[in-house]
Design a protein around this ligand. Structure first.
Ligand code: AMP
Length: 122
């Protein structure tokens, strides 16, 4: 499926500097910042700077350099936040069934407390 990227989404505005963010890490191709409505003591969003809607869009269409940078940025955020010891969860919601609110690829890194089972039933 070909995704259509909406350049007016809120993360695109963050990347253009039009609205502020609480930056955790910036690399050549990636940006990590604290979620504005944290659902755990640690809740960081990691986004590529490129215009990708979902993880599968990114994985299929990003350059090798972007993919390496993004993957390593996630590792750096995990190390910076110290979540390896107690564990953490990565989530990347996509589309309607995934209840994706912002149509620019983002991975949520959640930690700092027990997070319960992966999905609620129903
Ligand atoms: P999702 O449902 O996976 O698309 O999640 C989007 C996330 O973006 C939510 O957890 C929001 O709290 C978060 N969010 C929305 N606007 C901002 C913002 N301006 N700065 C930081 N996080 C945001």
């Amino acid at each position: 499926m070909a995704y259509t990227y909406d350049p007016q989404n809120i993360f695109a505005k963050i990347l253009r500097g039009e609205i502020p963010n609480d930056t955790v890490l910036e690399t050549e191709h990636s940006l990590a910042f604290n979620d504005i409505r944290p659902q755990a003591p640690i809740h960081v969003l990691v986004i590529p700077k490129g215009a990708y809607v979902t993880y599968d869009d990114f994985a299929a269409n990003a350059s090798d350099a972007e993919i390496i940078d993004y993957t390593r940025a996630i590792a750096k955020v995990c190390a910076m936040k110290g979540v390896e010891a107690d564990g953490f969860r990565m989530i990347s919601n996509a589309g309607e069934n995934g209840v994706q609110e912002v149509p620019h690829l983002h991975v949520h890194i959640l930690g700092g407390r027990g997070l319960g089972r992966m999905l609620e039933r129903g």
